[in-house]
Design a protein around this ligand. Structure first.
Ligand code: UDP
Ligand code: MG
Length: 312
């Protein structure tokens, strides 16, 4: 008999978690020939999420909880779920029911039909999200694809099915800044899309405000591409060319007398600001990569688990 783990990261989801449990449970009960469990990762919720989860876990032994010591972020929570997974398949799904749990049997069917290692869910439509988020997400995935060293499927979140081979490979990743959907594509094997319509959040609000969206996008970009460094070189090259022409212009000007040195103040200030700006910009790009090295070299754990419930 095959086994399945449903990995569900939760952060302040008190208003949905009970419904999520019931909907996922109903789906899992209907599965034949597969034994399943739910793994909730409580990512340092400050509301009643953990109390509700503990009550559920008392009644249902197939519900396992990984309880973090504080909030470590969505990607760390999913990572913990995969790290502790020993099943044949894992399905990663959000706690807010934006990814309908009713699709789980379809994902399993698709896997069996195509003998795939990954079935990733591609959003055909997203309801209940503002235009800004949709637009930035769309631009982000397309830009990332252009400049990164890997080709990622577009409009795909972490909602996906992965098999034991992928799970084992994922456990080997040592980097702490994880962009999970990118890493899974990077692994290779047979990956097939599954198209669905993403629903609106069932209740509660998004835990990805603009600041977190930017930091998520930055991790994805910097961990998967060295192109920003190349762009810095390109910019430097451009300014050197401009500089050479300006130098020639002023030297010949001096010789042939068509420039007046006394009236050169405006041009000097403009040039200083321009080159100063470019220098700061390129140092900034370099600094971002040094920041990553700094974080990675410390080798801190990605998350700290306070307790495991129903685990043994
Ligand atoms: N989440 C988490 N830790 C965080 C932020 C989010 O575990 O620090 C979980 C959250 O509970 C949800 C999933 O990650 O199950 C996706 O978050 P959210 O729905 O807020 O993101 P959105 O769908 O708005 O992009
Ligand atoms: Mg959501």
């Amino acid at each position: 008999m095959k086994t399945l783990s449903v990995i569900i990261p939760c952060y302040n989801e008190e208003s949905v978690i009970e419904t999520t449990y019931r909907r996922v449970k109903a789906v899992l009960n209907s599965l034949r020939l597969i034994s399943s469990q739910m793994v909730f990762i409580n990512d340092g919720s400050m509301d009643k999420t953990m109390d509700i989860l503990s009550d559920i876990a008392k009644k249902d032994r197939s519900v396992k909880i990984i309880n973090f010591s504080r909030n470590f972020g969505h990607q760390a929570a999913v990572t913990a779920g995969i790290h502790h997974c020993t099943s044949d398949f894992a399905i990663i799904i959000d706690a807010d029911l934006q990814d309908p749990p009713e699709l789980i049997p379809d994902l399993l069917a698709k896997q069996a039909e195509e003998q795939a290692n990954v079935v990733y869910c591609v959003r055909k439509k997203r309801t209940g999200e503002n235009k800004f988020k949709l637009w930035t997400a769309k631009r982000f995935y397309r830009t990332l694809n252009k400049i990164s060293e890997v080709n990622f499927p577009l409009d795909t979140g972490d909602f996906r099915l992965i098999d034991s081979q992928i799970i084992e490979q994922f456990k080997r990743f040592k980097e702490r800044g994880k962009y999970i959907r990118g890493l899974i594509s990077w692994v290779g094997f047979k990956q097939v899309p599954f198209y669905y319509e993403r629903e609106a959040r069932f209740a509660g609000e998004t835990k990805y405000p603009i600041k977190r969206m930017v930091s998520f996008a930055t991790t994805a970009l910097l961990y998967f591409s060295k192109k920003p460094l190349l762009m810095a070189i390109g910019l430097g090259f451009f300014t050197v060319i401009v500089g050479i022409f300006m130098a020639l212009w002023s030297i010949f000007g001096k010789i042939f007398g068509y420039t007046h040195a006394e009236s050169g103040w405006t041009s000097i200030v403009t040039i200083m600001i321009f080159f100063g700006g470019i220098q700061l910009l390129t140092i900034g790009v370099l600094g971002q990569y040094i920041g990553i090295l700094f974080d990675e070299v410390k080798e801190r754990p990605e998350y700290i688990v306070k307790d495991f419930i129903n685990w043994k």
